[in-house]
Ligand binder design. Structure first.
Ligand code: KG4
Ligand code: ZN
Length: 341
């Protein structure tokens, strides 16, 4: 049996993205980002993001079909990010996907953005999808998850109690007067700095009530205080030391979870998984702990449509039911559901 052709749409934040997969094989991954339109505001402006999605979605769809060398009539099922995300932005994707599904009479799957970030691990790989610990680190979320099955069984072990890891990068970059988004900027500047120059706090590391939870607000305050005290601080050293504190605490907790739950694999996903220091230290520590590290290629870490398509493809192959045509976008939702009814 030939595997199903699935088109996935992602519009939860500032990327208008469409991916096309056949089974777990990637055929197209087209992304149009409005990030430059938000840069002067220092953060994503929801109304600008929604308008940019409306303007971009048709050409992104046309380009994705051309890249995959398929016609829209060949698509067997549509997947779309239904939440969490900016409501106006999500609605552009959900309306487009619902329209396509209705017009072409093909099933529609409303998928959870967070699960999709993890499921991208299944793309272009041959390996069996073994149970794993997932470390999901994005602009909106930082969680440690027990992933038994991407499409059907994901449990949250812990989350951030304040800022998300990516949000911390973005806020610190602002304090350091680096450009938006802050993650890539800090990553670049930190390469010139000394990561052990300043000993910034590692939040919630000795708190038995929050073994798998994160807190980054104390770290943010510590960096701000340091800069007040040392106005001529070397920006690269501050960036590198801040990044080291984040990377250290993320990996310490994720690896502790893998050991505690007897998991032999760790998946790191979400925008912050693009961080070069996180990738480097994760490889070192997983080797020591004898844990297999699964981390998507850089281009698939930040928001994309391929992750939505592959999660939808897994749902189809496992017989998960499609969403109704009354599918509604939901701005804030955790991981209690992977697919919308
Ligand atoms: O997953 P994502 O593209 O969007 C959300 O779903 O939030 O993640 C975006 C976040 C931003 O906060 C951005 O600063 C961060 O990922 N990010 C990075 C890097 N690249 C993107 N953080 C650290 N280092 C990077 N290289
Ligand atoms: Zn994301």
């Amino acid at each position: 049996m030939t595997e199903q052709l699935v088109l996935g749409i992602e519009t939860s934040c500032d990327e208008t993205a469409i991916g096309i997969v056949r089974g777990r094989k990637l055929l197209a991954n087209v992304i149009s980002s409005s990030v430059e339109e938000h840069a002067r505001f220092g953060g994503v402006v929801p109304e600008i993001a929604s308008r940019a999605h409306l303007e971009a979605i048709h050409s992104v769809l046309t380009r994705a079909l051309a890249e995959a060398n398929v016609s829209i009539n060949d698509i067997d099922a549509f997947g779309v990010t239904a939440g969490p995300g900016l409501i106006g932005a999500l609605l552009v994707g959900v309306s487009s996907a619902s329209g396509l599904s209705l017009a072409l009479d093909k099933p529609l799957y409303g998928v959870n953005h967070l699960s999709a970030h993890l499921a991208v691990d299944a793309l272009e790989t041959q390996h069996e999808l073994a149970p794993a610990i997932g470390l999901l680190v994005s602009g909106g979320h930082s969680s440690i998850l027990k992933v038994s099955n991407f499409a059907q069984d994901v449990t949250v072990l812990g989350s951030t109690i304040d800022d998300a890891a990516g949000e911390a990068f973005d806020k610190i970059a602002r304090i350091l007067k680096l450009e938006f988004p802050g993650g890539p900027a800090i990553d670049r500047v930190a390469k010139e700095g000394n990561a052990s120059a300043i000993d910034f706090p590692r939040g919630l590391t000795n708190d038995s009530g929050h073994i798998y939870d994160f807190s980054f607000s104390g770290l943010k305050t510590a960096v701000a205080r340091y800069l007040q005290k040392v106005p001529n601080a070397v920006v690269a050293d501050v960036a590198a030391s801040f990044q080291e504190a984040v990377v250290d605490v993320l990996l310490e907790k994720a690896i502790a979870a893998a050991k505690a739950f007897g998991m032999e694999e760790l998946i790191i996903a979400g925008g912050v998984a693009a961080n070069s220091r996180l990738r480097q230290v994760a490889a070192q520590r997983c080797e020591v702990a004898k844990i297999q590290l699964r981390i998507p290629p850089m281009t698939l870490c930040t928001d994309n449509g391929a992750m939505v398509a592959v999660l939808t493809s897994l749902a189809l192959s496992q017989g998960v039911g499609a969403s109704s045509l009354g599918l509604e976008a939901q701005s804030s939702t955790g991981l209690s559901r992977v697919f919308w009814p």
